[in-house]
Design a protein around this ligand. Structure first.
Ligand SMILES: Nc1ncnc2c1ncn2[C@@H]1O[C@H](COP(=O)(O)OP(=O)(O)O)[C@@H](O)[C@H]1O
Ligand SMILES: [Mg+2]
Length: 254
């Protein structure tokens, strides 16, 4: 399917994420951290979120996942409002990759991936370990991300890039449609950056909506279709991921 056909097809669907005049309760100084965010992310889009430190990028991802109380405005995931009473349903298609990965270093790669399922089993169900089918799924995921041989190694022994891919596998075990990733390549070496970005790219090609905070304009250009630039809690640019230097020159000037 051509890119245009895909876009026409996608335009019939509800947006993956729709933020309408989102204002957070929490403030930085006397302005809300998110200060009237408007944006629409279509199904199957690969979006890079960019902006200076403290702009509100992490807060935006957290608000989409329902982790940041709002003062006003609305957020919709696949047309379902992110509100306290609808949170479970709204979150269902989402997975979040937190900054720094958030793995448990003493656990094996496999067990870390299985942790992505903890919320869905009761305590007694996991008392004697996860069901074999879950372990099989986790192993297949690690394999798909090129980590099959490291499944039983404790994650602290893995390289930064391998750890980040374990974190991606953990996010994927719930079969999300939308992946929110906060700075997934910060602190990694060049090889690991390429591996992690290529993993995100494969997920995107398989139909997933990928929304990732990046710091590198060249990476955004190479991998993302569109870019959202956040400044002082607002979206100041949402468009193609080329020529982002000009957007940043403007930010620094203001
Ligand atoms: N829960 C919170 N309560 C109060 N201030 C916060 C909270 N979370 C983040 N901040 C502040 O909000 C601003 C935006 O933070 P953040 O979204 O983490 O920015 P970015 O990810 O773009 O660097 C920063 O000044 C930060 O210190
Ligand atoms: Mg951040």
């Amino acid at each position: 399917m051509s890119a245009i056909e895909k876009r026409v097809k996608n335009s019939d669907l509800a947006p993956a994420i729709f933020c309408q005049q989102v204002v957070s309760q929490a403030k930085v100084g006397n302005r809300p951290i998110l200060d009237g965010i408007d944006c629409k992310i279509e199904q199957g889009e690969f979006v890079a979120i960019l902006g200076l430190n403290g702009a509100g990028k992490s807060s935006l991802l957290r608000s989409i996942a329902g982790l940041l109380p709002l003062r006003s405005g609305g957020i919709f995931v696949n047309n379902i409002a992110v509100t306290p009473s609808t949170l479970k349903q709204a979150r269902q298609p989402l997975a979040m990759l937190f900054q720094g990965g958030g793995l448990i270093p003493q656990l094996s790669a496999l067990d870390n991936v299985l942790c992505g399922r903890l919320g869905e089993f009761s305590g007694w169900q996991t008392l004697t370990g996860f069901p074999a089918s879950e372990r099989q799924t986790a192993l297949e995921l690690l394999d798909r991300l090129g980590l099959g041989e490291f499944a039983s190694q404790s994650t602290r022994q893995l390289s930064g890039g391998q750890q980040q891919r374990v974190a991606i596998a953990r996010a994927l075990i719930r079969s999300p449609q939308i992946l929110l990733a906060d700075e997934p390549v910060t602190g990694l070496d060049i090889m690991a950056i390429q591996q992690v970005m290529q993993t995100l790219s494969q997920l995107h090609r398989s139909g997933m909506t990928v929304v990732t905070v990046l710091h590198d304009l060249a990476l955004a250009h190479t991998y993302a279709q569109t870019a959202i630039v956040v400044d002082r809690g607002r979206v100041v640019y949402h468009g193609v991921s080329q020529n982002l230097d000009a957007q940043f020159e403007q930010l620094i000037k203001d």
